[in-house]
Design a protein around this ligand. Structure first.
Ligand SMILES: *[C@@H]1O[C@H](CO)[C@@H](O)[C@H](O)[C@H]1NC(C)=O
Ligand SMILES: *[C@@H]1O[C@H](CO)[C@@H](O)[C@H](O)[C@H]1NC(C)=O
Ligand SMILES: *[C@@H]1O[C@H](CO)[C@@H](O)[C@H](O)[C@H]1NC(C)=O
Length: 452
């Protein structure tokens, strides 16, 4: 242990052992906290060392550099002025095992289709205009009956599912417009966007829904300048994700839960996960209370830094859900320099932490998601001219938007060797996010209880 960590350890031990210091004796949680923080800090230090090398280009993901050097654009216009009328038709035209960047230039308008991006098609960009966006909308819930006569479940309710790696979206609205479920009702999960591929970035996007809006399922994800709206558990999953400058809005007059982060020892790779929010704002538009998070996995991990919290954020802040002794579990909830009436830490649950600068550092930058190797600026410029003439446009089939079964979606996720090799250019911590890990199993949340 370095001198610096020793000093940190001592100051924390002293703070914890003095009566009158804000926190009650946190016991085992305190030890877990220290261990976890130190582990993260080591990872972080290694990354800084790598970044120095990265200045010479050595840490840039090779498959990504290659893809960026070979770009093409398909124009998608629901009014018929482009190469394709639906997003699914454009995606169908991308070859399996795609190795070049394919930009779908999405013209404004509503795309009422369930979009599925197969993991065999990495390097896809959805590019729209945030001032006049493409809106991808559908209205399935977990209770919607699928082709097999059974409810589609949480995964199957998704409007847009991204299972491929290296996905980018700019200025797109992802929406599930199913009517809001009554509080406590079964089957009300209605996912707008599910991200299962790794190294995905979202800029100036809106992710809009009610219960379970954003399934931040798995992988390294970056959300910047996005608006995310929902009610219960509306950002959930075991992604390792960094949310920067995002507006997060509860739409309900009852209780909203902002995150249900599923970090757990029982799903391969999930222990590396956690959501980090920096410079975001949290608001309620209907006056209901807002919890910052509740623990879905055994080791749920969420950090808010420099985030403005409106008065709807409940003073206790966090909820352990079904975990009986959160203070001795692997839960890791912390806040750092947040502001606004909902940020007062005095009445927070005793097992959440007011982070020090050293503790928060590993979380509050794109280094948390190993971004040096894969995060590119948003594709704001003018797209290259279309590579196809509209004469080539395939006939549109009205059911090209039909849903795939959620089971097959999950089954396939563990299989493709392609995206595994794409991710192998990444360093050791990243590799646990390659699509080849078999983490999809047991991830469907539909069977889980919802808060009453
Ligand atoms: C993207 O969002 C940011 C933050 O809201 C905003 O400042 C910026 O102008 C947006 N960019 C575009 C092109 O709309
Ligand atoms: C914080 O977020 C606001 C609103 O999105 C943005 O205008 C501002 O530039 C951000 N500040 C920093 C330091 O990123
Ligand atoms: C993804 O594409 C592969 C190869 O075409 C196919 O076998 C698989 O069924 C697709 N997965 C889904 C969920 O559609």
């Amino acid at each position: 242990m370095g001198a610096r960590n020793m000093a940190l350890l001592l100051s924390l031990l002293l703070a914890a052992s003095f009566p009158g210091v804000a926190r009650a004796n946190p016991g085992a949680a305190f030890d877990n906290w220290l261990t976890a923080t130190e582990t993260d800090y080591k990872v972080n230090q290694a990354l800084y060392a790598k970044k120095a090398v990265g200045d010479t280009g050595n840490t840039i993901d090779a498959s990504l550099s290659k893809a960026e050097a070979d770009k093409k654009t398909y124009v998608v216009d629901p009014k018929g002025g482009g190469d394709y009328k639906t997003i699914n038709a454009a995606l169908a035209a991308i070859p399996e095992g795609n190795t070049g960047r394919v930009i779908l230039d999405l013209k404004p308008g509503e795309y009422r289709e369930k979009v599925f991006l197969n993991l065999s098609k990495p390097f896809v960009t959805f590019k729209s205009d945030p001032m006049n966006p493409a809106k991808i909308v559908y209205s399935d819930t977990a209770a919607t009956v699928g082709k097999d006569g059974k409810p589609v479940g949480t995964v199957g309710s998704t409007t847009c599912a991204v299972e491929a790696d290296y996905f980018v979206a700019y200025g797109v609205v992802f929406k599930n417009d199913a009517p809001l479920a009554k509080p406590g009702a079964k089957g009300g999960q209605a996912v707008a966007l599910r991200v299962f591929g790794t190294k995905a970035a979202f800029y100036n996007c809106t992710i809009d829904g009610g219960q379970d809006t954003l399934y931040d399922h798995k992988g390294l994800h970056y959300f910047k300048d996005c608006l995310i709206r929902g009610s219960v558990d509306f950002i959930f999953g075991f992604g390792r994700s960094f949310y920067e400058n995002c507006d997060i809005v509860s739409i309900v007059k009852e209780v909203a839960v902002l995150t249900a982060q599923q970090r757990t020892k029982t799903i391969e790779g999930a222990i590396e996960s956690g959501f980090s929010f920096k410079n975001c704002s949290i608001k309620g538009e209907s006056g209901g209370q807002i919890y910052l998070g509740r623990a879905w996995g055994d080791s749920s991990r969420v950090i808010y830094a420099y985030t403005e919290m409106s008065k709807e954020v409940v003073p206790v802040g966090w909820d352990g859900w079904s975990i009986k002794a959160p203070e001795s579990s692997g839960i890791y909830y912390g806040e750092f320099k947040c502001s606004g009436p909902g940020s007062d830490s005095k009445k927070r649950v005793g097992w959440a932490q007011d982070l020090t600068e050293a503790q928060v550092k590993p979380f509050i930058g794109t280094h948390y998601i190993f971004g040096d190797s894969w995060i590119l600026p948003p594709p704001t410029g003018k797209s290259a001219p279309s590579t196809k003439s509209s004469a080539d446009s395939p006939a549109e089939s009205p059911d090209s938007s039909s849903a795939e079964s959620p089971k097959s979606a999950k089954g396939s996720s563990a299989e493709s060797p392609k995206s595994g090799s794409a991710a192998s250019a990444a360093s050791a911590p990243k590799s646990s996010y390659s699509s080849s890990t078999k983490a999809a199993a047991s991830s469907d949340k539909s069977a889980e209880k919802t808060k009453g």
